[in-house]
Design a protein around this ligand. Structure first.
Ligand code: ADP
Ligand code: MG
Length: 231
């Protein structure tokens, strides 16, 4: 907890939003498990990355300027390598139609199946200070307010209590025949994310993982999307 902030990690990046790959690379340096993925500068490179990965992949637009990729047709789940070139062309077309700036490229990543979708966030509250938030993600997040907040730093006991105070705790423990989720992996991820927020220094304004997929017990938790905002 007394480790001095490692501000050099953020030094290469300009002010504003990092793209998904940059954000998750930052999170991963602090032990947050993220999807296997590869950036690609064009459609041919994206198709090659998908062939390397094998099976069905997820294709996303890679852009610091776009925080909500699916709003602009920038996320396709479950593509084969053969489908990548057309999907890339369609993504670029939909960006142009929306008047968005040219993206940095594409992101090809493994598809995560099953699990409970959560949100893990960090921001600097003007009154409270640095705050970490854990909540239900996906459809559940839109249906009911279900979040737990803590001031940093937090202990493992705090992270466990955050999970327990959520309505989603029932879902995570295994609801109506669904398998119990990997709650220890979720707690580890909350702690790693909180440590990252503490260590990255004052330039880190906000960070969010939405969604974090919590898989069945023993299978881990994975950040599927990530956004870090610098000042
Ligand atoms: P957005 O910028 O629109 O939030 P996301 O990266 O969060 O884009 O993707 C939108 C949705 O697509 C996610 O909420 C998730 O349901 C699904 N998704 C994204 N990436 C994956 C993945 N690697 N595996 C499985 N589902 C995914
Ligand atoms: Mg998202």
């Amino acid at each position: 907890a007394m480790t001095p902030p490692d501000t050099s990690i953020l030094a290469p990046f300009p002010r504003g939003n990092l793209n998904e790959a940059e954000s998750k690379a930052l999170f991963a340096r602090f032990g947050v498990p993220v999807t296997r993925e590869q950036t690609a500068s064009d459609a041919a490179a994206a198709a090659a990355a998908a062939r390397d990965m094998g099976g069905e992949v997820v294709l996303k637009i890679l852009s610091r300027a776009i925080a909500h990729k699916s709003d602009l047709g920038g996320v396709r789940v479950g593509l084969t390598a053969e489908q990548i070139p057309d999907a890339c062309a369609a993504m670029l077309q939909s960006l142009r139609a929306a008047g968005a700036p040219a993206p940095e490229g594409f992101l090809v990543q493994e598809r995560i199946r099953g699990g409970v979708e959560m949100i893990l966030g960090f921001h600097r509250d003007p009154q409270l200070g640095p705050v970490i938030l854990l909540g239900s993600g996906g459809v559940a997040a839109e249906l009911f307010e279900d979040t737990a907040l803590r001031l940093l730093p937090i202990t493992r006991t705090d992270a466990e209590a955050m999970v327990e105070e959520l309505k989603a705790a029932r879902l995570l423990r295994g609801f109506r025949g669904a398998p119990p989720a990997d709650i220890p992996a979720l707690v580890d991820t909350v702690l790693a994310f909180a440590a990252m927020a503490g260590a990255a220094g004052e330039r880190l304004l906000e960070a969010e993982i939405n969604p974090l997929f919590v898989l069945p017990a023993g299978q881990g938790a994975y950040a599927v999307d990530g956004l870090a905002v610098l000042r």
